[in-house]
Design a protein around this ligand. Structure first.
Ligand code: HEM
Length: 528
């Protein structure tokens, strides 16, 4: 909170005194600054020392690779740093060591082939419902992430609880409130994510006494989400023996069963209620903020590049033909699309607008690593390591930038959107692997790799396929812009596009994942 006051003052000091620690300490804007802190010191790794310990910042591909491949015993997530996520109870994202292993086993037991199929179906149906709502409202979308985050929550909900959420309005405030509740489930879920910092910092006992609407909403969101989850959990527990025999289990059922000893799980360690809630909460949060915001960025990029949109539409026509949506399949269609232009667009979007800015680790024993220049480096015990994904994916050493003049780059605030080039993934200019580790790792690598990776890719493909098979998306050219260009439509479009590229930097902020919070209106219309 004191940063907005202190940072402008510190920036008055000479850069060599302040950088790169000042820019990297503002963790919420790491995506914005990308590779800059590393360029400023002329190295892809640097160590910062502070009274709290050593911090190694790196986007060196070799060091990153060696850290990914460490066992969780030698290099793990710094548990104390991410206790932040313990709002409901210890969980997969907030634990380390043996405790993490137990949570991990429980959560990953829920990601099966059946989950992927259910996710594909739900994503197609929910996107169709969302588009119907948008078209009823005239086809103009001012803040896209409000819709796409909601969409991701709906899809996950279908897979987690086998429950279909409906679309009334984008805020979720007019959704029906079930008997015994004060707000809808959607409102509760969104409030908890929005008020995460408050819920973490303010003790729950104190929260009950703090005055004002802000705290009252946080309290209500927290309580209501808990009530909804307890109801869902007790439904599963009531029929646990039958549920255990089911071939397809929802994510919730898998988590509850894996944490409840019974005939099918005689060795399961009973998991306290708080941890079951904790894992459901963390998976839901990790799964909807990431995919929801990634979907929004991908759609924006396709609106900025109509030629890429046409290529996707051509591929969709070739792969899906005139078959009805309920015949689209994971085995045939998803694989063809992911290996085609659709996959290239997704990779390029996740590269430029990677929603996870960095991955933290703590080195538990001195570690010797080789950097990409062949130098041996020793990382001391207890060093905090920040694997900067935002810098890694925009490191000019590996990722060619578009050749445009510097005044245009300045005009568009050096927006990563200008470097969008899905073809780089199809023309062999990107090496897939460096050694045995992929060059591009938006979902992480190694033991803690994202367990939702396959699910997220299926979901993104199903959403984009449903949208672009029937519709096109374009930026809204304001009448005033057209007037200022004396009716020249091509010029007005260029101006609008440059302004959109600027907004796609200036309007991006980071809460859990990066997201585009400023208005950038899009028009969705049926393809001719
Ligand atoms: C575009 C979408 C997504 C991206 C870019 C993404 C990325 C990541 C990354 C980078 C990590 C950290 C890996 C590490 O520490 O090494 C992670 C962890 C995690 N993700 Fe995802 N993720 C996405 C979608 C999802 C989905 C859909 C789910 C669940 C439904 C999910 C659940 C999780 C969980 C539970 C973890 C913690 C794993 C652990 O600590 O063992 N993610 N994700």
């Amino acid at each position: 909170m004191i940063y907005p006051i202190v940072v402008p003052f510190l920036q008055l000091f000479p850069k060599r005194m302040m950088e790169p620690w000042l820019s990297t300490s503002q963790v919420w804007r790491l995506w914005k600054i990308g590779h800059q802190p590393f360029a400023s010191v002329g190295s892809d790794s640097f160590m910062l020392s502070s009274p709290n310990g050593n911090m190694l910042w790196t986007c060196d591909i070799d060091i990153t690779r060696q850290l990914w491949l460490q066992t969780t015993k030698s290099t793990d997530i710094p548990g104390d740093m991410i206790k932040f996520y313990d709002i409901y109870g210890p969980n997969l994202g907030s634990s380390e060591g043996d405790e993490w292993k137990m949570h991990r086993r429980m959560v990953t037991s829920g990601f099966t082939q059946e989950t992927n199929h259910a996710g594909w179906r739900e994503a197609i149906d929910q996107t169709t419902m969302m588009l119907n709502r948008i078209m009823e409202e005239g086809g103009i979308v001012p803040v896209l992430k409000d819709w796409t985050n909601r969409l991701a929550l709906h899809v996950l909900n279908g897979v987690m609880f086998a429950e279909r959420l409906i679309w009334q309005d984008v805020t979720g405030t007019s959704e029906p409130v079930p008997h015994g509740h004060t707000i809808s489930y959607q409102s509760a879920a969104f409030t908890v994510v929005e008020r995460l910092a408050t819920l973490f910092m303010v003790p729950k006992g104190l929260l009950r006494w703090l005055p004002g609407k802000f705290f009252a909403e946080a309290r209500e969101g927290y309580d209501e989400w808990t009530n909804y989850m307890l109801e869902k959990r007790s439904e599963v527990l009531k029929n646990i023996d039958q549920v255990a025999k089911k071939k397809y289990k929802t994510l919730l059922e898998s988590i509850v069963i894996a944490g409840t000893p019974g005939p099918t799980q005689p060795d399961a360690r009973p998991l306290p209620e708080a941890s079951i809630l904790g894992n459901i909460f963390f998976t839901q949060m990790a799964g909807h903020e990431t995919t929801g915001n990634s979907t929004a960025f991908l759609i924006f990029l396709l609106a900025l590049y109509p030629e890429a949109q046409l290529k996707i539409q051509k591929e969709l026509d070739d792969v899906l033909g005139d078959r009805p949506k309920d015949e689209w399949s994971v085995e045939k269609d998803y694989s063809a699309l992911l290996n085609g232009y659709m996959g290239a667009v997704q990779k390029e979007g996740l590269r430029l607008f990677g929603v996870v800015q960095f991955v933290p680790r703590r080195v538990n024993a001195p570690l010797t690593v080789m950097d990409s220049n062949g130098n041996k480096r020793i990382v001391p015990k207890d060093t905090f390591v920040y694997l900067s994904m935002s810098a890694n994916f925009r490191n000019p050493k590996y990722w060619k930038r578009r050749d445009i003049n510097s005044s245009l780059r300045e005009e568009i605030h050096d927006s990563p959107a200008v470097d969008f080039d899905p073809e780089r993934w199809r023309n062999g200019s990107v090496p897939e692997y460096i050694g045995e580790v992929p060059l591009f790792t938006p979902f992480g690598q190694g033991a803690r790799q994202c367990p939702g990776k396959g699910f997220a890719q299926i979901e993104l493909t199903a959403i984009l396929a449903t949208l672009f098979k029937k519709y096109s998306v374009e930026l809204v050219v304001d009448d005033k812009v057209l007037e200022s260009c004396k009716g020249n439509a091509a010029e007005a479009w260029e101006k609008t596009r440059n302004a959109a590229m600027r907004t796609l930097v200036d309007g991006v902020t980071c809460n859990i994942a990066i997201s585009m919070t400023k208005e950038l209106p899009l028009r969705i219309f049926e393809r001719l």
